[in-house]
Ligand binder design. Structure first.
Ligand code: SF4
Length: 242
């Protein structure tokens, strides 16, 4: 039995996959996104250690609210850092025919063993992957998140080879991710993937800034504004989404 290191739960998530969802936020992330809303989830230090069985029980107590589309999402932090737990957890949920979603930035993804066999096993129990693409270019991705993105794009291609349903998420950050050519290239990459069911452009906002302040971390995006509806529309047009 593998215990999950849990950051928090949300009983009625409405933005983390189809329908109403029970969302498990796992602790730990190795990216350092400048706009992260949950910097308190970065450390792998033990938070709440809970078994897959106990989380299934907790999730099921909300099942009446899910309707036909809802289910369970695991987010973070970065869920794939706890892949052994995810396999156990999703196996139990699929045995009960519950819709399963992972919200990931694919930071831990690699085609190397033992990870890739575990990942492929996990995908057998996963209905949907919400994949965050932070930036299409490696250098800019590193500047924004302190991690290269070669393996993240590889993850997108691997999910296509598995035929797994994917929703892509991209945070529009003025001055960082809204460059015209970047949006065109990112859009073309996403269009080249045959398994993408939805693309969401999320306007940057600074709601998580207070957490950075509380942790004594320097928040570098103070001068960045939240994109207007017009700016989001422009991004969607450049990406070929509308
Ligand atoms: S991947 Fe998510 S949790 Fe990790 S630093 Fe980025 S925004 Fe924060």
């Amino acid at each position: 039995m593998t215990l999950a290191n849990v950051h928090s739960f949300e009983s009625f998530g409405s933005v983390d996959g189809p329908g109403v969802r029970f969302v498990v936020f796992l602790q730990g992330c190795k990216l350092r996104c400048k706009y992260c809303h949950n910097p308190d989830s970065w450390k792998m230090a033990d938070n709440q250690l809970i078994s897959a069985e106990d989380i299934v029980k907790k999730a099921l107590s909300f099942q009446d609210y899910w309707g036909k589309d809802g289910g369970v999402t695991v987010s973070g932090g970065e869920p794939l850092l706890q892949i052994d737990f995810l396999i156990e957890f999703f196996k139990l949920l699929k045995a009960k025919k519950i819709h399963t979603t992972i919200d990931t930035s694919a930071g831990p993804f690699t085609l190397e063993e033992p990870f890739i066999s575990k990942f492929n096993e996990l995908m057998q129990y996963t209905d949907l992957v919400m994949l965050d693409l932070k930036h299409f270019y490696a250098k800019e991705h590193y500047a924004l998140t302190k991690m290269d993105n070669t393996h993240i794009l590889q993850c997108a291609k691997h999910l296509e080879s598995l035929g797994k349903d994917v929703w892509i998420r991209h945070v529009l950050v003025p001055g960082y991710t809204d460059n015209e050519q970047h949006l065109k290239d990112l859009g073309a990459f996403i269009k080249s993937l045959s398994n993408v069911k939805k693309v969401e452009i999320l306007p940057y906002h600074s709601f998580g800034k207070f957490k950075w302040d509380n942790l004594g971390l320097k928040y570098e995006l103070d001068d960045v504004h939240t994109p207007s509806e017009e700016e989001v529309k422009r991004a969607k047009e450049l990406m070929g989404l509308i």
